[in-house]
Design a binder for this molecule. Structure first.
Ligand SMILES: *[C@@H]1O[C@H](CO)[C@@H](O)[C@H](O)[C@H]1NC(C)=O
Ligand SMILES: *[C@@H]1O[C@H](CO)[C@@H](O)[C@H](O)[C@H]1NC(C)=O
Ligand SMILES: *[C@@H]1O[C@H](CO)[C@@H](O)[C@H](O)[C@H]1NC(C)=O
Ligand SMILES: *[C@@H]1O[C@H](CO)[C@@H](O)[C@H](O)[C@H]1NC(C)=O
Length: 464
C-alpha cells in the first residue's frame, strides 16, 4: 500500500475513533436526607475521598458554585417535570442552559447534562407524557449548548433496567415493546449521532435479592468462580453485573446500535436495611464497591464479554445514605460515608488495594434470611402529633385494621399514642405486606423481633 494511503487510513481511523475514552469513578450526591452535611462540607468530603466526578439530581446553585475551580467534573440533571416544557420550547431550553450551566461553566467543569431521571420507568398514563418529550428536550438542550459554542458537554438520560423486557440470557435481551420504537430508537439515534453515552442504573443487588436461591451471592458481588455461558452468544460470564450490562448491549444491537458506549450512572449495594431484607450489610456493600472499582480501573480495561476492552465509567450510589427516601429500609442505606464525614467502610478509589489489604469487616447475620415473627412499631422519640396522623392513616386504610383498638376490644387499654401507633402499624403491615405495604410510615415506624403484645392485647405480626 502507498505510504500516503496508509497514513490517510490511519488518520481517518483515528479521527473517527470512538468517543473520547474517559476514566472515571464518580459518586452520586443525592440530598434526600434531613441529617446531611451542608453542601460546603459535602464538597469537602467528596474532595477528601479523591472523587474526581460527581453526579447531582438537579443543578443545585450552591454545589455548582462550590465546585468552581476544583478538578471535579460534574453531571447535572434536568428535572422530570421540566421535560415537557423544554421539549416544547427552544427559549425555555436556552433559559435552562443559561441559568444552570452558563453561569458556572467552565470554572465549574460541567461534563454531562442528564435530561430527567429514569423517565421511562414511569408507566402511568399521566407520566407517560414525559416519554414523548424526552428526546426532543435532549435535542433542544444540545442546541442551546451549541448556540453558545459549547461542544464538550454531552447530553444523555439515565435509564433503569426495567426499560428491558427481558435480560436473561443477555443475548436475548430486548427493549420493552411499548417504548422500543417510539422512544428508545430515537434516543439511541441521538446518543450515537452526538457520541454521547448510554447511561444505565445497574444494581445486581435487586435481581439477586429477588432470587437468592438461584443466583449466588458471590456472583452478584463480583467474585467467586461461578461461570455462566450464554447459550445464545457463547459468551462466558463471571458476574451478574456483566450479564446486566451486556443485556443492554444486546438490546441496543437489536435496534441496530452496536457502538454506543455504556456508562453506569448508578450502582452500589445497601449497607443496612429492614430485618426481613437479605444481604443488606456493610460487608457486602464494601465487597461489591471494592470489587467494582478494582474491575473498572484495570488498565488496559477488561470491559464486558460482549464489549471486551471497553472503558466503563461509573458513578457509585451513593455518597450519603438518604433518610427521607420511602420504601424498604435498604433504600435509606446506600451511603459510603456517615453524615459526619467518616467512612462507613474504607474504599480505595485507585483500585490498587487488594481485598486482603483491608481491615476485616464484621461477619453479617443477614446473608441468611431471618425466620420468625416481626412486628412494625413506632420508633423511639417520634413526634406524638405525627404518630397520631399516622394512626389515622393506618386505621383508615381499610375497615378492620384497627378494630382491636375499639372500645370494648382487647387493645382498647393501650392508652399512649406510641403504643396505639405500634398496634396500628403492625396491623396495617400484617395486612398489606403481601401487597407491597412497607413498615415505614414516613420514618415513624421500624421493624422489631420483640413482641410488643401486652396481656390479652396481641399485636398482629408478620411471619417470615
Ligand atoms: C487521596 O489521594 C491522596 C494523594 O494521592 C492520598 O494520599 C490519600 O490517601 C487519598 N485519600 C483517600 C481517602 O483515598
Ligand atoms: C452511529 O454513528 C456512526 C458514526 O457517526 C455511524 O457510522 C453509524 O451509521 C451510526 N449508526 C446508526 C445505526 O445510525
Ligand atoms: C460519625 O458518625 C458515626 C455514625 O453515626 C459514629 O459511629 C462516629 O463515632 C462519628 N465520628 C465522629 C468523629 O464524630
Ligand atoms: C369493609 O368490609 C366489608 C366486609 O368485609 C367489605 O365488603 C368492604 O369492601 C370493606 N371496605 C373497605 C373500604 O375495605
Amino acid at each position: 500500500m502507498e505510504p500516503i494511503l496508509v497514513a490517510f487510513l490511519f488518520l481517518s481511523l483515528f479521527c473517527q475513533s470512538k468517543p473520547e475514552a474517559i476514566n472515571l469513578i464518580g459518586v452520586n450526591y443525592g440530598m434526600l436526607g434531613n441529617n446531611l452535611p451542608s453542601p460546603a462540607q459535602s464538597v469537602a468530603i467528596i474532595r477528601t475521598m479523591n472523587f474526581t466526578h460527581v453526579k447531582l439530581y438537579d443543578a443545585n446553585t450552591q454545589v455548582l458554585k462550590l465546585l468552581s475551580g476544583t478538578n471535579i467534573h460534574v453531571t447535572i440533571m434536568v428535572q422530570n417535570h421540566e421535560i415537557p416544557p423544554i421539549a416544547g420550547s427552544q427559549a425555555l431550553a436556552d433559559k435552562w442552559v443559561a441559568t444552570n450551566v452558563l453561569q458556572y461553566y467552565p470554572n465549574t467543569m460541567v461534563q454531562f447534562i442528564l435530561v430527567g431521571n429514569e423517565v421511562l420507568s414511569y408507566t402511568s398514563e399521566e407520566l407517560r407524557g414525559m416519554w414523548q418529550g424526552l428526546v426532543p428536550a435532549m435535542k433542544r438542550i444540545r442546541v442551546s449548548l451549541r448556540a453558545k459554542g459549547i461542544r464538550r458537554i454531552k447530553v444523555s438520560t439515565p435509564l433503569a433496567m426495567d426499560v428491558l423486557e427481558s435480560t436473561f440470557p443477555p443475548s436475548s435481551a430486548r427493549f420493552r415493546p411499548d417504548l422500543a420504537h417510539s422512544v428508545v430508537a430515537p434516543l439511541l439515534h441521538f446518543l450515537n449521532g452526538t457520541r454521547s453515552y448510554f447511561f444505565l442504573d445497574v444494581y445486581p443487588y435487586f435481581p439477586w435479592s429477588a432470587d437468592p436461591e438461584t443466583i449466588e451471592l458471590d456472583f452478584a458481588l463480583l467474585q467467586g468462580d461461578h461461570r455462566y455461558t450464554d447459550p445464545g452468544s457463547g459468551l462466558v460470564y463471571t458476574s451478574l453485573l456483566d450479564q446486566m450490562l451486556d443485556s443492554a448491549v444486546f438490546a441496543m444491537a437489536g435496534l441496530g446500535y452496536r457502538d454506543i458506549p455504556l456508562l453506569i450512572s448508578e450502582t452500589g449495594w445497601p449497607n443496612d436495611g429492614d430485618i426481613d431484607e437479605l444481604g443488606v450489610n456493610i460487608r457486602n456493600a464494601a465487597t461489591y464497591n471494592r470489587n467494582l472499582i478494582r474491575k473498572l480501573v484495570v488498565r488496559p480495561p477488561v470491559g464486558t464479554p460482549a464489549r471486551p476492552g471497553a472503558t466503563i465509567p461509573v458513578f457509585i450510589f451513593s455518597l450519603f445514605s438518604e433518610n427521607r427516601k420511602a420504601g424498604r429500609g435498604s433504600e435509606r442505606h446506600w451511603g459510603l460515608v456517615n453524615p459526619n464525614g467518616t467512612s462507613i467502610y474504607e474504599i480505595d478509589l485507585s483500585g490498587e488495594k487488594p481485598a486482603s489489604g483491608y481491615e476485616p469487616l464484621p461477619v453479617p447475620n443477614n446473608d441468611e434470611p431471618y425466620k420468625g415473627k416481626l412486628w412494625c412499631v413506632a420508633g423511639k422519640e417520634k413526634s406524638v402529633t405525627e404518630l397520631a396522623a399516622a394512626i389515622e392513616y393506618a386505621c383508615g386504610s381499610s375497615n378492620g385494621t384497627c378494630d382491636g383498638l375499639m372500645p370494648g376490644r382487647e387493645c382498647y387499654g393501650l392508652v399512649s399514642v406510641p403504643q396505639r401507633a405500634s398496634y396500628a402499624f403492625s396491623s396495617y403491615w400484617a395486612r398489606f405486606r403481601s401487597q407491597g405495604g412497607t413498615c415505614y410510615f414516613d420514618g415513624l415506624a421500624e421493624q422489631t423481633t420483640a413482641n410488643p403484645s401486652d396481656g390479652s392485647c396481641m399485636s398482629p405480626s408478620v411471619t417470615v
